[in-house]
Design a protein around this ligand. Structure first.
Ligand code: GDP
Length: 444
């Protein structure tokens, strides 16, 4: 069941723990009443205007008052559409806890996860695709994901959707008006215009589907970085996986001083292979730069392939790498045509190509299970509705073409509109909202 939007809720909406400042949000009908009971200020202020007031809270068993700034947002032009205040104060966990306890005693309820954003949605401030974008902004793990989420927040898919919904609603109104006057043979839209408007709708929804597809595909490739001692056979394995001589292979140590990237497509999964300079003691400026590039590449990896030549004992750095958690490391034994692999290592030989396919499928598995982009659930939800809407519109177009009964056409148009409505949240179920908003954090 959805929480009651008429409760006044409170939550810490900044990161918990010590920091610059703590931000506590309160939203709901009794927000200002609660604030008046606890907040004291030497200045006069009103809850009718957006404003900011310096003052303090008195907390039980704490001698000095807690300095705070109160930001006042009267409804309806607020994030939740309700009266809202933000308390900015010192970010000290015990003090913040005490203050929240006092606010709860004064008649507020602790907010559930995503409850502020759910209220924004229920007040019509955000549609579901934008609410999901808020979540994606919070969860974004990379700059690309953040950019994508911010685009969606700025109305990326919402705007074309709104105009498509408007067009289809108008068309449905015309078709249904015709039904009411069927006996009088009055038509509100002739067949040619009807077909034209349906084709326009089909084109728009197809374009939207393509946009969503594009977004899913533009997510960052899975980044695999080769690591290990010089001459371990990294470049040879890189070339074997790339299927061509991309990296220079030589028996001389330190041939790969820069780094090379090869873009692999493993059954639709994008994987970037990064060959780096081998790990070794630095001498000289270029060598030093190559080593810092290697470290930088390794840090940005989603997976590290630690290459160790079969038959050579693991050194301290190999063991350190293998124990590393982030990014995860997989041990690969190279040159297994010369000696047996170490226990727990993937045996490979770039000379005979043995084990190369196994590495390839391991990379595909890891790339697949790698954390999906923050917007992925939103995208797959939207894609599902886009496909269903497209099917409805295709049938509607066919019916219009063969001049089938307008009742059936109206049914398909309604179906298409329901799908678009579900996508933006005009038609929603408690279960769907629960599912979406429970992924948020408290305070958002
Ligand atoms: P990197 O410095 O780690 O990139 O190592 P390279 O890929 O440049 O290889 C170093 C040397 O090992 C070269 O002479 C390669 O021909 C040789 N080598 C690489 N892989 C194999 C292999 O699977 N079997 C054998 N026998 N030699 C290999």
């Amino acid at each position: 069941m959805l929480p009651d939007p008429q409760d006044t809720i409170v939550a810490l909406s900044s990161a918990p723990g010590p920091g610059g400042r703590a931000v506590i949000r309160i939203s709901g009908p009794t927000t200002f009443h609660v604030a008046t009971r606890l907040f004291e200020s030497a200045l006069s202020f009103s809850f009718h205007l957006r404003s900011m007031v310096e003052g303090h809270f008195r907390l039980p068993s704490i001698h000095s008052p807690l300095p705070a700034t109160l930001f006042i947002w009267p409804k309806p032009r607020t994030y939740t559409g309700q009266d809202l205040v933000e308390i900015h104060t010192i970010s000290s966990s015990p003090l913040v806890d005490l203050l929240i306890t006092e606010l709860l005693k004064a008649g507020t309820r602790a907010a559930q996860t995503g409850e502020f954003t759910m209220r924004a949605f229920l007040a019509g401030k955000l549609d579901l695709t934008r609410a999901e974008a808020v979540l994606a902004v919070i969860e974004a793990g990379s700059r690309d994901e953040l950019k994508e989420a911010l685009t969606q927040l700025a109305g990326g898919v919402s705007r074309p959707l709104e105009s498509l919904r408007d067009d289809l609603l108008n068309l449905l109104a015309d078709v249904e008006a015709g039904l009411d006057f069927a006996d009088e043979h009055i038509q509100f839209v002739d067949q040619r215009t009807l077909l034209e408007r349906l084709r326009k709708g089909l084109a728009l929804i197809t374009l939207l589907g393509k946009q969503l597809e594009g977004r899913a595909l533009t997510s960052r490739p899975f980044r695999v970085v080769f690591a290990g001692r010089p001459n371990a056979g990294k470049s040879s394995l890189f070339n074997a996986l790339a299927g061509r001589a991309a990296a220079l292979v030589s028996p001389e140590e330190g041939t790969t001083r820069d780094y090379l990237i090869h873009h692999l497509d493993l059954n639709g999964l994008k994987v970037d292979l990064v060959d780096t300079a081998g790990r070794r003691k630095t001498n000289g400026v270029i060598e030093h730069q190559a080593q810092s590039l290697r470290e930088e590449q390794t840090r940005s990896a989603d997976l590290v392939l630690l290459c160790v030549e079969a038959g050579t004992p693991l050194d301290e750095a190999d063991n350190l790498s293998l124990n590393q958690q982030v990014p995860p490391v997989v041990g690969v034994a190279t040159k297994c045509d010369l000696a047996p692999a170490h226990v727990g290592f993937l045996p490979t030989s770039s000379l005979t190509n043995a084990g190369v396919d196994r590495v390839r499928s391991l990379l595909a598995d890891k790339a697949r299970s790698h954390s999906r982009p923050a917007l992925a659930p939103s995208l797959s939800r939207c894609r599902h509705h886009v496909d269903a809407c497209l099917a409805n519109l295709r049938r509607a177009h066919e019916m219009a073409l063969f001049e089938e009964p307008p009742e059936l056409l109206a049914l398909e148009l309604r179906g298409a509109l329901d799908e678009l409505g579900a996508m933006v949240g005009a038609v929603y179920t408690d279960d769907l909202l629960d599912r979406i908003f429970s992924r948020f954090c408290i305070g958002k």
